[in-house]
Design a protein around this ligand. Sequence first.
Ligand code: ACO
Length: 396
Amino acid sequence: MGQDRSADIHHERSGIVFRPGLEGVPVTQSAICDIDGLQGRLAYRGYPLEEMAAHSTFLETTYLLIWGELPSPQELRDFEAEVQMHRRVSFRVRDMMKCFPATGHPMDALQSSAASLGLFYSRRAIDDPQYVYDAVVRLIAKIPTMVAAFQLIRKGQDPIQPRDDLAYSANFLYMLTEREPDPLAARIFDRCLILHAEHSLNASTFSARVTASTLTDPYAVVASAVGTLAGPLHGGANEDVLAMLEEIGHPDRAAAFLEEAMATKRKVMGFGHREYRVKDPRAVILQSLAEEMFARFGKDEMYDVARAVEHEAATRLGPKGIYPNVDFYSGLVYRKLGIPRDLFTPVFAISRVAGWLAHWREQLGANRIFRPSQIYTGAKARSWIHGEDRAPATGA
Ligand code: ACO
């Protein structure tokens, strides 16, 4: 797939073929998530995404992804209760977060605070199933608390404690906005988390697997994945989509914007995907969730701009297989939920931690450390030059 997108580079001396970005190169076997990029289908452990979003909850989806089967009602209740019990974070983590600059990006705050959990829990027991279960519970439970805590801390407030009477998603929105959310809003948010929970070997999951392959602790695995997710070509794109829609400002300006973007080779944010040649199935569901939100809580005027961009892009980018991806409509839903724009990617991380942990477990089940090769393109063997004999370095 995508032969036209990146040229293979053949290395004459070794006969090795180098595919930039590893496009189409399998780096592992995995039973977690199946993507059909031509039909626009996605399934978690064999269950179609549409059914997951309609019937499951984020915690149930997490259980399925990590342990491979849907939980029995009792297993689910136990898992939910464990997660609920571990939502609080140590005062030491909260105090550390108070020292972060309020102007820092919440993804950097999340990466640091996720990594700090490794200071609290032993790193030497990754072959102990109880340690694995506890680590999963802690990360799933505490990541939302840390995202919400940084939001209040940077406003100069103390973080508020989780509420035990609220389910996972409702509790996060409560900790973030200090208001108990409407049940429909909480359910829509939970469905957003389901949609973002796993997507095979994307950059952050690959990063998680590489880190996992060294047998380090799961907190380091998640911290490295958070750092990778932050980039604008990956999870960070959801922030840029809203900025782009605001820049366009009106549906009538969508065509001219796209013309200029194509002429200047500017990327249209929220469009394109290495795996899909059709509209991302997550974008299809997110668009319908956006419409559900707007029907209940009032429309976001940028939705008409988004639809105009999608319409105009169909003839311009569609022939290249470039359509809306998961990030295109998610920001509109999140904004309606009262989530600040620079928290869109941390919210993505709250969800994707489920997929990263599923890949952590799978990697440990058949581990071999990742150590790819390279094609050396640097200088041939050279003799040492003493300082006084050197010509000025250029471009250094
Ligand atoms: N807008 C305009 N043109 C695009 C876009 C886009 N969003 N995406 C790809 N193209 C074009 C490229 O310009 C290139 O054209 P060319 O062959 O004429 O030079 C061609 O399509 C191939 O693009 P690549 O960037 O090489 O494709 P790749 O598979 O490496 O990249 C990516 C995929 C990074 C997602 C890309 O589509 C992109 O940058 N999109 C915008 C950022 C974005 O929305 N990222 C979120 C992705 S979803 C996620 O990570 C959660």
